[in-house]
Design a protein around this ligand. Structure first.
Ligand SMILES: Cc1cc2nc3c(=O)[nH]c(=O)nc-3n(C[C@H](O)[C@H](O)[C@H](O)COP(=O)(O)OP(=O)(O)OC[C@H]3O[C@@H](n4cnc5c(N)ncnc54)[C@H](O)[C@@H]3O)c2cc1C
Length: 426
């Protein structure tokens, strides 16, 4: 049995499920806001940030793509600023290197104009560059035009998660690893979580379970009109000799129908450069390679009508992605469109990530954040990119939503919400 400190018959006032960057940010902000509130975070893996939060591009997004007024746009704008601030204050590596979105043909030039307008609506002070200006800024990149956004950058998100966990623990939060929540039972007085070795009783729960979000939501009888569909993002790493190939992050113009940004050149905090990620359907929720298939996950997808409707809508681009995943020269061509010097030998192996993409019953991929509640719990049902960038405002939002919906700590008076933005109407 795992031991935790007991508080008045409960193991915790608030149980958090999931030790990714969203769960940990929420734990940190809960204990900051409510001194004396007991918070217990359960993570099923042996380390924090073991899934999406530790397998991503490491980009601090500025908020280029997102519909003005959406939670995504708001969280991203606030999140970028909060991430730089947090990282600088706590000595987590960040670099504000800026980003270029490069159009290579007529269709993309038209789409670039739309993106430029969106950047302006999102108050990002974009710069439109012609071919010559692009060449001058990034001599090894080609394109007909590009948008430059100076506030994009890169961060070490696993280190940021670890720092937030440390701060949360210093204020009294408990974090237990290797504790997979297999069941959640709600009643009028609280919620009980069962793991293989223990039972934990709490007044309330906040569930930030990423790729498993729908399964945990189902345990709390949340309306399941969506399912998580896993999309693997495969990367390659460029050789050390190409560490200086670009000064910015270099992105293609994305397909507006899909919530993915396309294969981009990303400067990483370690000083190297990656290309990726693509977006291929994964055969398991935590399927980091083609050979990782899981029958339960596949059967769940096949039984969900929204999955087939999504395939009907996006099947052609899905097949294309799959082809380029299996055929490296196809993948290379995606990068060579804007960086023609790249060769097959430049694409060295690099670990993949798997995105948790919520898909609705009508086959729509959910672009925005999706947060649902039950009698005693809040559930983050869709936290897609840029949720690493936005982890601080998402955590603040959850604390605020929690405060409004539940009576978090009758005995503990909240601190002034100096960092907690009122996003509830956002
Ligand atoms: C390929 C890729 C590239 C991306 N690039 C970027 C980027 O550049 N910038 C950006 O801002 N965002 C990016 N993202 C998005 C970002 O990484 C995620 O949105 C973010 O990490 C989500 O955090 P999370 O805490 O919600 O999920 P996760 O990090 O997946 O954490 C969920 C946690 O819950 C745990 N869990 C699940 N079920 C249980 C259970 N039953 N019991 C206990 N624990 C459980 C899991 O083990 C996991 O640790 C990218 C994502 C991917 C996959």
């Amino acid at each position: 049995m795992t031991t935790v400190q007991h508080h008045r018959g409960y193991d915790a006032d608030v149980l958090i499920v999931g030790g990714g960057i969203v769960g940990v940010s929420t734990a940190m902000q809960l204990v900051e806001r409510y001194p004396g509130l007991s918070v217990l975070l359960l993570e099923k893996e042996a380390s924090l940030a073991a899934h999406q939060s530790g397998h991503n591009s490491g980009v601090i997004h500025a908020g280029v793509y997102y519909a003005p007024g959406s939670l995504k746009a708001e969280f991203c704008r606030q999140g970028a600023a909060a991430t730089y601030e947090f990282a600088r204050r706590h000595d987590v590596s960040v670099e504000q290197c800026g980003k270029l979105i490069v159009a290579t043909d007529d269709v993309e030039v038209e789409r670039l104009d739309v993106l430029y307008a969106r950047c302006q609506q999102n108050h990002l002070a974009p710069q439109m560059l012609g071919e010559a200006a692009l060449k001058e800024l990034e001599p090894r990149v080609v394109g007909r035009a590009a948008i430059r956004v100076a506030t994009s950058g890169i961060a070490d998100f696993p280190a940021m998660t670890a720092k937030m966990a440390q701060l949360a623990q210093e204020q009294g939060a408990q974090i237990l690893l290797n504790q997979r929540v297999d069941a959640l039972h709600e009643d009028e007085n609280g919620i009980t979580a069962e793991t293989a070795s223990s039972r934990f009783r709490a007044r309330h729960a906040i569930v930030c379970a990423g790729l498993m979000a729908d399964r945990l939501a189902k345990m709390c009888k949340v309306d399941l009109d969506f399912r998580i569909v896993p999309f693997r993002g495969e990367y390659y790493r460029l050789p050390e000799t190409k560490n200086d190939i670009v000064k910015h992050l270099v992105y293609p113009v994305p397909n507006p129908a899909l919530p993915f940004l396309g294969v981009h050149l990303t400067r990483m905090i370690g000083g190297y450069v990656t290309v990726g990620p693509n977006a291929v359907l994964a055969l398991a929720r935590e399927g980091y390679r083609w050979r990782d298939a899981n029958l339960k996950d596949l059967a769940g997808m096949a039984a969900f009508p929204g999955f087939w409707k999504m395939l009907g809508k996006h099947g052609a681009s899905g097949l294309n992605e799959m082809w380029n995943s299996l055929w490296k020269p196809g993948y290379l061509e995606l990068c060579r469109r804007y960086c023609p010097e790249l060769a097959l030998s430049d694409l060295e192996p690099y670990p993949s990530g798997v995105r948790a993409q919520a898909v609705m019953a009508d086959g729509t991929m959910v672009h925005d954040f999706l947060i649902r509640s039950s009698q005693r719990s809040l559930h983050v049902c869709n936290a897609p990119s840029p949720a690493a960038t936005s982890a601080l405002p998402i955590g603040a939002y959850l604390v605020e939503a929690f405060d409004k919906r539940f009576d978090p700590a009758p005995r503990s008076r909240p601190r002034s919400p100096h960092q907690i933005h009122d996003l509830a109407s956002g």
